[in-house]
Structure formats: structure tokens, C-alpha cells
Design a protein around this ligand. Structure first.
Ligand code: 5GP
Ligand code: MN
Length: 320
């Protein structure tokens, strides 16, 4: 199906649906939450009955400033006749069951997206999923209300590293400009994203930084998070979400990683690279996914040291 046909079909399907659930990925980040809530406000605005659903709990409370956050549900209403997934590369990462008879529109920007929707609107060139959702709204002629613009803007800021990552170009700034014109507040949104952290997160940070190890002549750096560290600092798992950036921030480092022990004992790995290594490829090899410079996976069948050894082998190959 051609691009325009997919947009046209998504528009028709959304406009003819009676009960829509917009769903983001497990452990939702600001892009998943902001894109889902931006869609929610937009679809409400055109008179649709619509829910936002995130199957993870707890939700990241530092993002509770996003308009509509308190309305997010944990489960899909079984009466839904349409699911719209956002920012999610594979169906299993939604953490939901399929709803009998309901269609699925997959709105995403991950290159590794498996194409699991009845209609897939996947734009790997876009820096955040919110731009994909916004372009669909624009194509369809649905007005984006101010609260929707705030959500889309927060999603964009977060996924572009505050306009600092690869893929930030004039089109991204055009998109940002449109959102500001629709009422998003640049200073307030940036402040809420950066300076709205719980104390537990700052208490956790020195524990995590104390685990820093360098590998491969300083070209890779790793951090560890254990359940014990989380308990001792009173932090929830999502409070580690951006700590992998500290590993990558070192001058000599090309690849940073963080391995977090989950409550079920599995290990959640976050990978980040600067400008050469394709960490998306590494994550895919371990059954996960993501982007070239930011990717992740969950490991259930290896203990930490074995996992690190395998991971470092793959990182070394990427650095050749
Ligand atoms: P993070 O390290 O922040 O969890 O994720 C970085 C990027 O990789 C995000 O785009 C995220 O969606 C993707 N990602 C992380 N974990 C997984 C995973 O287990 N499976 C897939 N398909 N993508 C993941
Ligand atoms: Mn994203």
C-alpha cells in the first residue's frame, strides 16, 4: 500500500470507529505517553469516544504534568472496535491482548517495527512518534487542540534529546514551530521534563554511577541497576530511564549500556551510541529493537555476567 493510501485508510477507519483505544508500549517514555495523549485529545476533539491505555504500572510520575495523564487506563476496554498503537515496534511490547473484532492501526517511527497492524503508518525518518501522529491528524484535517500540542511537543523534545540527536533537521523545527503556534509552551515543557524529578531518583543516581565500568579501551561503558538499589532509594524502575546517558556521556565512549534487574529477575538492557555503532542491530540480535542510537531488549535466560560478555562481543564487532 502506498503512503497516501495508508493515511487515507487510517483516517477512514478512525472516523468510522465507535470506541478507540490508543495504546503505548510497556514502560512508556515521554514519546509513548505524549503521542498517545496527543492523539487522545485530538480524537476527542473530533467527537470520538476514546481511551488512552498503558499496560504498565506504575506510570512515570515525573510525566504526570502531561495533560490527560490522570485519565490513562491500565486495560483496554473490551468494547473497543479500534486499537491505535503508538511508538511501539512490536505487538508484544504493548502488553495487551488482541480485542476480538477490533482493527489495529500501528503509528510508529522505529526502523525495527515488525508491521503488526492492519494499517501500518511507520516513518523511520521521523524523530518522534508524535510527528507521525501529528502528520496523520494534519492529513485527515483534524484540529490538534492545545493540550494535544503540549503532549506532542513533550514527546518531540524527549525523543530528540532536546533537539540534539541525529535526525534533527529543518522539518523537525517546522513541526516544533507548528506545535508552539498551537499553544505548546517551550520553556514550561522543557522545565517539566528536566526539573520535575522525584527525590528518590537523585538518591538512586550515585548508587548507579558507582557501578560504572569501562570496556574496550574506554570505547564502551556500562552501568548496573539492581532491585536492591531501587528499594534502598525508594525509586520505581522507570526512574532509571535516562541514566544510560551518563555511560554514553564520557568523552572516549561510543556505546553506553545499562543493565537493570526487573522485579521478575529478568534483565532489561538499554543501549545508546554516539555516532558510529548501530545498537539497534545489537538489540534485534537479542530479541529486542529500537533505533540506531537508542535501543533495548529484555534478557530472561542469562545471568548478568554472561549477558555482559555476549553484549560486549557484539559491541566490539559494531566498533570495528
Ligand atoms: P530504552 O533503552 O529507553 O528502554 O529504549 C530505547 C529504544 O529501544 C526505544 O525506542 C524503545 O522503544 C526500544 N526498545 C527498548 N526495549 C525494547 C524491547 O525489548 N523491544 C523492542 N522492540 N524495542 C525496545
Ligand atoms: Mn519514540
Amino acid at each position: 500500500m502506498k503512503r497516501d493510501e495508508r493515511y487515507a485508510e487510517a483516517k477512514a477507519l478512525i472516523e468510522s470507529s465507535r470506541h478507540i483505544s490508543v495504546v503505548g508500549h510497556l514502560n512508556p517514555d515521554a514519546d509513548a505517553l505524549g503521542t498517545a495523549l496527543g492523539m487522545w485529545w485530538t480524537l476527542r476533539g473530533i467527537g470520538k469516544r476514546v481511551d488512552t491505555v498503558m499496560a504498565s504500572r506504575p506510570l512515570p510520575q515525573n510525566l504526570s504534568f502531561l495533560p490527560g495523564f490522570e485519565k490513562i487506563r491500565e486495560r483496554v476496554n473490551p468494547k473497543s472496535d479500534l486499537l491505535v498503537s503508538v511508538d511501539c515496534g512490536s505487538f508484544d511490547r504493548l502488553g495487551i491482548e488482541r480485542v476480538e473484532g477490533a482493527k489495529l492501526i500501528n503509528i510508529d517511527h522505529h526502523r525495527s517495527n515488525t508491521g503488526y497492524g492492519d494499517i501500518d503508518i511507520v516513518e523511520p525518518a521521523f524523530a518522534s512518534a508524535s510527528e507521525v501522529a501529528f502528520r496523520l491528524a494534519e492529513y485527515a484535517g483534524w484540529p490538534v487542540p492545545k493540550e494535544g500540542a503540549v503532549n506532542f511537543y513533550a514527546a518531540l523534545l524527549s525523543d530528540t534529546g532536546f533537539f540534539g540527536y541525529e535526525g534533527v533537521d529543518g522539518r523537525v523545527f517546522d513541526f516544533a514551530k507548528r506545535l508552539l503556534e498551537l499553544g505548546a509552551d517551550a520553556e514550561w515543557t522543557a522545565r517539566m521534563l528536566r526539573e520535575n524529578q522525584p527525590l528518590s531518583k537523585l538518591r538512586l543516581l550515585p548508587k548507579v554511577l558507582s557501578t560504572l565500568q569501562l570496556y574496550l579501551q574506554g570505547r564502551a561503558a556500562g552501568l548496573d541497576v539492581t532491585q536492591r538499589m531501587l528499594k534502598e532509594s525508594g525509586a520505581t524502575v522507570n526512574e532509571t530511564d535516562d541514566m544510560v546517558n551518563y555511560a554514553r556521556s564520557l568523552a572516549t565512549v561510543e556505546v553506553g549500556f545499562l543493565i537493570r534487574e526487573e522485579s521478575d529477575g529478568s534483565l532489561k538492557v538499554s543501549l545508546r551510541s554516539k555516532s558510529r555503532a548501530d545498537v539497534g542491530r545489537i538489540a534485534i540480535a537479542f530479541g529486542g529493537g529500537g533505533h540506531i542510537r537508542a535501543a533495548g531488549f529484555t534478557c530472561r535466560d542469562m545471568e548478568r555476567n554472561m549477558l555482559k560478555e555476549r553484549l560486549l562481543k557484539m559491541i566490539e564487532e559494531e566498533l570495528q
